[in-house]
Design a protein around this ligand. Structure first.
Ligand code: FAD
Length: 397
């Protein structure tokens, strides 16, 4: 492979470029990005950027001199609009042909049918800086969707003194990621921070950009309305209608010998689930980049890793390892959150039968590294309780 063309200049694209060079690729690399910005990191957008702690410059992953230093050609500000074999066609009418193509085009914020102009979503750096400024000029925020992004935006707004209402259709916030029992813990984080949290509440339509109507016919208004209901991959430019680009376990796109995909846009084969799986996790993207780069170069692949995601909300870090969606029972390991005590310090293991499949920690980062190893090993309940007893110097109930 001489020329590798990477489409999508976000986290996944940049990490592939770095990994190709780190693993000895001396051929050409071209990095294509839809946005004018040099590649930047997204997690701080809803955290440090929104709260005003960081300037926009701090989120840059690789500026142009750094890309020049890696001998990477870049084309920013023109989206890929078609892929024919190994030729990428760009919005500006130009084409780039590679020996290998890597697609890391991420996802777009999901919107609600009929969503008017002026209702906010948060996905890009431009979204984040504009929202940060708008929060400074506003008294109230209404968030539709109580997932991680909704929680982080609600937190930033509360820190800045806004009245915040969050609508969540499910019985608890963050339920998709954490499940209902631990979603109840995140509910408490919202309400303890003074958010007017309305779970099990659906909006039926937008009256305008500042007002939504609820199922009971009542309306809610705010200076800023933000929709945080997840994201969808745009694969239409590839002629696909699937939820993500289907790939094998090293990211090779099904039916294409010289094309790989990774990150939020890609649905890789997952041996544990026995199915294709698309995640929107920073760490998974980084891990996949290392695999893709080595697969392109025919180098030895890194060992499989355990999924990991985090969210910073209401003053604490929530960390989640493994595949909690496979669990059929939970075991509290330490902390009193599930007994109505402080959420901070609560650590819970997810089990499928007797095998650990995940761990969630709320403001308790010191336990994660060793528990993560046990999740990777698929440890049994007895091993987890013994390890935890050693870590806390006490008894797991
Ligand atoms: P991205 O980083 O989104 O990069 C995709 C790039 O492709 C974009 O720059 C886009 O402009 C470009 N592109 C799109 N279409 C085209 C096209 N047709 N042609 C060329 N370029 C194109 N994960 C966590 O684990 N923890 C967190 O706390 C966390 N917080 C987050 C907060 C926010 C606000 C957001 C938006 C995401 C967060 N994530 C978090 C998710 C994490 O950032 C993503 O998993 C990660 O960025 C995925 O990398 P990616 O390369 O697949 O996509």
């Amino acid at each position: 492979m001489d020329h590798v063309v990477v489409v999508g200049a976000g986290l996944g694209g940049v990490r592939v470029v770095e990994q190709l060079r780190a693993n000895g690729h001396e051929g050409r690399i071209t990095l294509v990005g839809a946005e004018e910005h040099p590649p930047y990191d997204r997690p701080p957008l809803s955290k440090q950027v929104l709260s005003g702690v960081w300037d926009a410059e701090r989120v840059v992953l690789k500026d142009k001199p750094a890309l020049d230093g890696l001998n990477v050609a870049y084309r920013f500000g023109s989206a890929a609009v078609a892929l024919n074999d190994t030729t990428v066609e760009l919005e500006d009418g130009s084409t780039v042909t590679g020996d290998a193509i890597v697609i890391a085009t991420g996802v777009a914020a999901r919107t609600i049918p009929g969503q008017p102009e002026g209702v906010w979503t948060l996905r890009t750096l431009d979204d984040a800086t504009a929202l940060r400024d708008a929060l400074g000029d506003s008294q109230s925020l209404l968030v539709v969707g109580g997932g991680f992004i909704g929680a982080e935006v609600a937190h930033a707004a509360r820190q800045r003194g806004l009245d915040v209402t969050v609508l969540e259709a499910m019985p608890t916030t963050c339920q998709h990621a954490l499940g209902p029992e631990l979603g109840a813990l995140t509910n408490r984080l919202f309400t303890e921070a003074g958010v007017d949290l309305r779970c099990g509440t659906r909006m039926t339509r937008f009256v305008d950009a500042h007002t939504v109507e609820l199922a009971d016919g009542s309306t809610l208004s705010a200076d800023i309305v933000l929709v945080g209901i997840g994201a969808t991959p745009d694969v239409s430019w590839l002629g696909l209608e699937t939820n993500g680009i289907h790939c094998d376990r090293t990211g090779r796109v099904d039916g294409a010998s010289s094309t790989w995909a990774l990150g939020d846009v890609a649905a890789w084969w997952d041996d544990v689930r026995g199915a294709r799986c698309r995640t929107e996790h920073w760490t998974t993207t980084v891990d996949q980049a290392a695999i893709v780069a080595r697969d392109i170069l025919g180098a030895e692949l890194p060992p499989p890793s355990v999924p990991y995601v985090w969210s910073d909300q209401f003053g604490l870090k929530i960390q989640l390892v493994g595949r909690p969606d496979l669990a059929d029972n939970l075991l509290p390991l330490t902390g009193e959150g599930l007994d109505g005590g402080p959420v901070r310090g609560t650590v819970v293991a997810y089990f499928a039968g007797d095998t650990v499949v995940g761990v969630a920690a709320f403001g308790a980062p010191r336990f994660l590294p060793r528990l993560r190893g046990q999740v990777a090993a698929g440890a049994h309940r007895g091993t987890i309780t013994s390890l935890m007893q050693e870590l806390i110097g006490g008894v797991v109930r």
